[in-house]
Design a protein around this ligand. Structure first.
Ligand code: GLN
Length: 238
């Protein structure tokens, strides 16, 4: 299991409780494969109403949809098999749905995927899959994304892609070394790292606001109650 060792060394956790927001509206988390429960747990912590999305009918009424990290090849196949590829594209085109792709989700949204065909191709970026190496080359670091939070954020990269180009109209939210780690246009957000695997709620709040939802105060960026096992409370009871 992926371990969040820097947490044990004490990523700083904001004092005080995390304010629950009186949010109106709903964000969905694509529930086919990957880090679904972790995103649902983070949205719950940020006070944002959320639900898992397994079928097209569950897209109704959503303001935004998170495409979680996992494996983009597997997600692409499942999205096609379950007719969700077209349904999500329609909701984006016709119903104003906002999209946030984390890691594999970002790959699915990219207009260009080096050496492979794009999937949706909705955001004018180029990605390079597995650009840091194998699963064993996964890592964590901190960085400041001023548009998202005032303080440096913990970032978890798991066999991540690099965003190597952003087109006109794409705003870079986080540039690190030789790659872009987070970017957006008006209705699409992409991050190559996993905020849902850290105590930080900043990107979930940021996406909720992008969807026109209220999502708590910026001063409670890190949730002191979060642990790497917190997602278990969102997992289905067997
Ligand atoms: N390496 C995966 C892919 O190419 C993405 C990994 C992830 O989402 N953490 O799809």
């Amino acid at each position: 299991m992926w371990r969040l060792s820097p947490l044990q060394n004490g990523w700083r956790v904001a004092a005080g409780s995390v304010a629950m927001a009186a949010a109106v509206g709903l964000i969905g988390v694509l529930d086919l494969q990957g880090g679904v429960q972790e995103h649902l747990d983070h949205l719950r912590r940020a006070g944002v109403p959320a639900r898992p999305v397994k079928r097209a009918t569950e897209l109704e009424g959503l303001r935004g949809l998170i495409l979680p990290g996992g494996e983009s090849t597997c997600l692409a196949r499942l999205l096609t098999i379950f007719s969700l590829k077209e349904a999500i594209q329609r909701a984006y085109d016709d119903a104003g749905l906002a999209l946030w792709g984390t890691c594999a989700g970002a790959i699915l949204l990219a207009k260009e995927n080096r050496g492979e065909l794009p999937f949706w191709g909705l955001l004018d970026i180029t990605v390079q899959r597995n650009a840091f190496g194998s699963q064993l080359d996964s890592f964590q670091r901190e960085a400041l994304a001023p548009a998202v939070a005032r303080e440096p954020l913990p970032l978890t990269f798991i066999r991540a892609p690099k965003i190597v180009r952003a087109g006109v109209g794409v705003r870079v939210l986080l540039q690190l070394d030789d790659y872009i780690a987070a970017a957006e246009d008006d209705r699409i957000l992409v991050t190559v790292f996993h905020p849902e695997l850290t105590p930080s709620l900043a990107f979930h709040r940021y996406f909720a606001r992008k969807c026109g939802l209220k999502a708590g105060a910026d001063d409670a960026t890190l949730d002191p109650d979060w642990t790497p096992q917190s997602w278990i409370r969102c997992s289905p009871q067997i």
